[in-house]
Every structure is written in structure tokens, then in C-alpha cells.
Design a protein around this ligand. Sequence first.
Ligand code: G1P
Length: 303
Amino acid sequence: MTQSHPRISKAVIPAAGLGTRFLPATKATPKEMLPVVDKPAIQYVVEEAVSAGLDDVLMVTGRNKRPLEDHFDRNYELESALEKKGDEERLARVRQSSDLATMHYVRQGDPKGLGHAVLCAAPHVGREPFAVLLGDDLIDPRDPLLARMIETQERHGGSVIALMEVAPEQIHLYGCAAVEATGEDGVVRVTGLVEKPDAADAPSNYAIIGRYVLDPHVFDILRTTEPGRGGEIQLTDALQQLADDEKVGGPVHGVVFQGRRYDTGDRGDYLRAIVRLACEREDLGPDFRAWLRSYVAEEMQQS
Ligand code: G1P
């Protein structure tokens, strides 16, 4: 089955969300541009796609998303100012984001849900398998997930989703998958999917995290997928159909992720991601860790 598949080269990043959880920061700035230490969250996601070999990136954007396009474009004024100062280090940082990948943009128009955002990518993607990366999930580059998913898709065909075991009281925040073992370590067969179920109705504690490698048949399904949970066209519902009828674009496999993931869509997790990543940075880490230690010691004395 392996050799007949075209090599996956396209990544789709839905980025049309309103970011209401971060208001007022996101009133005039896209949530994807919020910094995680000193890089916008979205840049980590594009870097992840590129390190998995996907250098054609389509962002599905909406209104107020111009800063995203500017960030991945050249900024000649800034570059020439830094050049004149001889500030090579900052110049390299500015150029890094515009040299990363071939970027494309499409507007979602009406925000009708994740499934609808993915459908907006159909003309660009064509009939090849492709990856979807959700910007709220940051996957630590030391725990590569997407490359494993692509490799799994190349062996099995169909679609591959990323799964993570969560506590039962957390499952209502995620899409949830019913799975069966494949005999392969860390790879399961997905037999059913439900978007954000109540704990009592969840078929498992396997949560979908924001990485997908999809068969293009998903577009045919999304064209007729009715609005589901929250009145939105859900990608999870379309995947459920793929899992149901594997003659049309199936099967669906899950790669179980056990590495480090940060949810930058949630304010608490966003703060935790910044602290962790700052501690680990070679340049900022030593000073920041020393400060953090004394801050925690002070806190402990008070409590
Ligand atoms: C989306 C998906 C959901 C998935 C989640 C992962 O939900 O619909 O199935 O579990 O991303 O982050 P959202 O968080 O955008 O509401």
C-alpha cells in the first residue's frame, strides 16, 4: 500500500477564531500572534509543520488577521534599519519567519466551525492527503508527533488523528475516539468519534488533540456535513463518517501521544507554557529560573 501514496507536503492551519478567551488582548490582535516567550504562538506551529517536511502552508484566516500575513512576510523597513545598525542577530530572527515556508492564505468568511474551515482548504489542497494543525495546541519539538502521524498514514492510507489520554472529567473539552488495538505500539484503530461528549457518554478517555493527517475524501463529506455540536460544522463528525465507511477514504487510525503539549487557547495553560519554555531557553533560562525559585520560596513562606 505504501508506495502508491503521494508524498504529503501541504499543511492547513485554521486561524479564523475570535480568541474571545483572551479579550481584551485579542480585540485588535489575532490570538495566534500572542507571544509565547518572544515568538508568536503561530510561528511554533508553522515551524512544527516545516520540521515534519511540510513546506506548503495554507492558513485559513478571517477578518482582523492581517498581522498573520505580515508576520510571515518580509519587512524591508525593519530589516534595513537592523542592517544599518549591524544587528545581525535580530536581523536573522526577523528573517526567520519569512523564510520558513511557502505561505498561502484563504479567508473563511463565515466562521461556521472547524469542519468548514478545513473545507475552505479544498481548492488549494486538491486530491492529496494533507495535514491540519490547530494553532491552540503547541507540541514540544522534542516530542515529534506529526512525523509519526505522516509515517503511519503512509503505511495504512486513510486518515490519522492524534490522541491523548485525559482524565474523564476533561473529556468534555475535546473530541473523543472509540478505539481498538492494532498490535502496533502507540497506534490504534478508530472505530467511532464524538465531539465534546459528557463524561458519562464518552466512549473512552482518548481525546483528539489538534493534529490530523487527512484523506482528501474528507472534503466530499464536509460538503454535506450538517452543523453538529454548538451549531458548527464539526471536523469530528466528518471523521466519524470516514471511520464508518472505510471504502470511502478510510480507515482512520490514531497515534497516541505521550509527549509534552501546551494548550495556548486556555489562559492558565498559556501562562504555564511560557514559564516552562522560558525556563528551558539557553539565553533567558538561567536568570529566569533563579528568579522563579526565589519567587516560589517567597510564596511558600507566605502560605
Ligand atoms: C477542536 C476539535 C476537537 C479537538 C480540539 C483539540 O475543538 O473540534 O475535537 O479535541 O480542537 O484542541 P476546539 O478546541 O477548537 O473547540
